[in-house]
Write a protein that binds this ligand. Sequence first.
Ligand code: SF4
Length: 352
Amino acid sequence: MSGLKEKVIGGFKIAKGKLLNRCSPLEINIHITDRCNLKCTYCYSNFYKRRNPDISKEQILKIVDAFKELGVLEVSLIGGEPFLHPDISEIIDYIKDNGLMCSMVTNGYFLHRHLAAVKRLNMVCVSLDGPREINDITRGNGSFEHAVKALELLKDNNVNRSIRSTLQKNNLAYIEDMMAIAVKFGAILNFGLLFPQSSEDGQVKTISRDTPEDSSYRQALKKIIELKKKYPSRFFNSVANFKNAYNWPAGYTKFFLYNDELKDYPGFKPVPCYGGRTFATVDTDGRLYPCTNLIGYYDAPNVLNTDIKKAWQSIKNHPCKACFYLSSVEKNLVSSLSMDAIWNILRSKGVR
Ligand code: SF4
């Protein structure tokens, strides 16, 4: 979220929801297309191999309408590469014309073709994993060049921007280089940790070969916590979030902990999960999950052929209770009214 007014409204909604024990969605992620022009080696859904058709513009607008009625404040368009959706500009315009915040995650290749719509976005997150020679190992030749061109264009047009940098074994030694790139383009650094990778049908999950040793991940997280304390407004995620990942009690290939597994880690205090209560994700096949991380993990309701409000009501009772995914945990912290996370949002606003 990037609008201060919407954040204040969001805060009130969370507080009211807590008091009344009701679930109101604040943010919905929509995977609008599987198609992608890149083949990143660690891609969590192997989107470029999947064959789901794009969600049509009409279906997307229907989903937006239903979630607006439920109280959503922000729609995040993700893929695949969302700019490959043929109706992307109209979709952004519709979301903005309806008074909602709209953000996007992109590799930056096609952003310049949709500048009028891009200027209306509240936040554009460009994926970039390090300096050219490091970034292009996993994201492909030329991807650095396109990402920095997109960041330049966003900067020239004063669009809020962040850099999504997935921490994996190739780039752990380049965290300070990423800081320098973020400063150069006036962007917030948004680190992520690796997800398991899905097979083409989404059923089989495997560990990416780019996954570092646990000790290397932990060392990198420690470094980020130190940098975050020094440059508090440059990072998208709060200290509490990085600490949750740093203190993750299982290995980093144990991606989440279900309710019945928490007893095995008695000293660990998980950040409460609000997936399916204040945020959710629609996959390209229309299935509605509590969060992106749970895609393919269970038989989720499909918003393309069932009542969207009923689908929303049905997903809150899932067994997943803890994770280390920085983007989801940040939402969980905000929804828990963590002062560190709330202060972090306010502080990172307007970073250039
Ligand atoms: S604990 Fe994390 S992975 Fe599990 S549902 Fe919640 S946000 Fe998603």
